[in-house]
Design a protein around this ligand. Structure first.
Ligand SMILES: [Zn+2]
Length: 489
């Protein structure tokens, strides 16, 4: 018999040099030293990317340990802490037991870890910690990844549970991420949901904050060598994506569809000696945040897939941000390709009025009274609330034919040029009185670079953690969240 205990942490890392996943590997050390074993792979769960008060990255971590005897279960290596391997079992199930004194003492140890090692007090960090033997439904995850999960609801959810201990600092907003991560981690397998993996390696403390040895050539070779990995290198902007830009303990992170393939990364990159490494299971690259939504129902802070017709050609504002007005009947939104999306902006600029498009992205409306995080970057409009979709992907459903007239029709009788008899009405020869319709004129047909039916994505450097890269389409590890009947779970 195996007894499972889940541990979740969030919002511990907004400080430069902090890192929630690093704190998780510290927690794994505590578990190892307390005689617990790790079940499957720890989770790195990304939540609603549009919430204004998120911390950098907005990722909660969660893992499952057991205090029972795991002898006889098949195991594999999912990480290492110094010389010690992190041994994971394959089993991974729902909780069926009560918290006992061992769990309570484990909770006290994690509490000390969060109090001592989180970056509380720096830059609005509000850490949360949950240790639980209760089950959290998928609805908690859905709310946390797609909507605004109220903090009061997080407290009432936790207080209703019988076998749950929690701790937080500041506003304790990190508890929302903990609940979302538990809802995902306890259900994604049984519900057959798509998921990905990431191997993260950490630097020895003496290297923290120092420049990383970046190896563009080797990173470029990861794509062909490990075909299940993605977002290793941005070939358009010629930039490796596996190294963070912050002075945090992370050496590199490589994402992929198969955790067995990810273990090979360590042997391929010729880096400085890593202090520890860990493979995570994740909702990164799944598009779980996107909800198919008609244009008139778009709400602030959601993430949508919606359709409409381009109303006006794009315009570029100061800073190089490109905006495009898209409408469906009486309702309209702005689709935005911000400067960091780089070459993707040229796709938006190549759209013409009349093109039908499907838009994928997060909604950050600019409400005058709200503290919108990027004020001054939006088109200034008089009508107050402006819905802006921060584009992640764009699909060309139907493109219009753009024409410019080169000349009026030539009269078949006298071979002179006919005159227009009014806009949209046609032409007539003054001498012979022969008439022609609009189609009789000659036109230049603009060459359209955009391909009908094709989906375009932002450049790798600008891709969000949750966005599914186009290379993953057809390689998913399960169903899309939108295809799951979660009301029955
Ligand atoms: Zn004529």
């Amino acid at each position: 018999m195996v007894f499972y205990t889940y541990v979740a942490m969030d919002d511990t890392d907004s400080r430069e040099g902090g890192c929630t996943t690093y704190l998780l590997t510290r927690a794994l050390e505590i578990c190892r030293d307390s005689g617990y074993s790790i079940h499957f792979i720890p989770g790195l769960v990304r939540l609603n990317p549009n919430i204004p008060y998120k911390t950098r990255g907005n990722g909660a971590v969660v893992f499952c340990v057991s205090r029972g005897n795991t002898g006889g279960l098949d195991t594999f290596t999912s990480g290492a802490i110094g010389e010690d391997l992190v041994v994971s079992t394959y089993s991974y199930e729902k909780c069926e037991e009560f918290l006992d004194d061992n769990d309570r003492s484990l909770f006290q140890k994690f509490k000390r870890l969060v109090d001592m090692e989180s970056s509380y007090g720096h830059d609005g960090t509000n850490p949360g910690l949950v240790v639980t033997c209760d089950n959290f439904g998928i609805s908690h995850y859905i709310r946390a990844v797609r909507e605004v999960y109220p903090l009061e609801m997080a407290f009432s959810t936790l207080d209703e549970k019988r076998n749950t201990l929690y701790h937080g600092l500041g506003s304790m907003r990190g508890l929302v991420g903990c609940i979302g991560a538990l809802g995902w981690c306890q259900n994604y397998r049984s519900m057959g949901m798509d998921h990905t993996y990431e191997i993260i390696s950490y630097r020895k403390p003496e290297f923290w904050g120092k420049k990383r040895d970046v190896e563009p050539d080797i990173v470029r070779s990861l794509d062909p060598e490990l075909p299940g990995t993605f977002n290793n290198y941005d070939f358009v902007n010629d930039k490796p994506l596996i190294y963070p830009n912050t002075p945090c303990p992370v050496l590199f992170g490589v994402r992929g569809n198969d955790y067995r393939e990810l273990s090979r990364v360590r042997g391929m990159l010729d880096t400085e000696e890593m202090e520890r490494w860990q493979i995570f299971v994740s909702n990164q690259g799944t598009d779980d945040h996107l909800v198919p939504t008609p244009l008139e129902e778009i709400n602030n802070y959601g993430s949508v897939i919606t359709e409409g017709t381009v109303q006006e050609s794009s315009f570029t504002i100061k800073g190089g941000h490109v905006f495009l007005k898209v409408a469906d009947g009486a309702n309209s939104v702005y689709a935005a390709a911000f400067e960091p999306t780089k070459n993707f902006r040229n796709i938006v600029r190549a759209l013409y009025p009349g093109d039908r498009v499907r838009l994928y992205g997060g909604v950050k409306g600019d409400e005058k009274e709200a503290d919108a995080p990027s004020k001054g970057m939006r088109p200034a409009l008089a009508d107050g609330f402006v819905k802006v979709i921060n584009l992640e992907k764009l699909e060309i459903l139907q493109k219009t034919t753009k024409l410019t007239k080169i000349s009026n029709p030539i009269c078949p009788g006298c071979k002179t040029m006919m005159k227009s008899i009014g806009k949209g009405v046609g032409y007539r020869c003054r001498k012979c009185h022969i008439r022609s319709d609009e189609e009789g004129a000659s036109y230049h047909v603009f060459h359209r670079v955009l391909v009908e039916g094709k989906t375009y994505e932002v450049d790798g450097v600008a891709m969000r953690h949750l966005s599914k890269p186009l290379v993953r389409i057809g390689k998913e590890n399960g169903k899309k969240l939108s295809e799951i009947d979660f009301f029955n779970n």
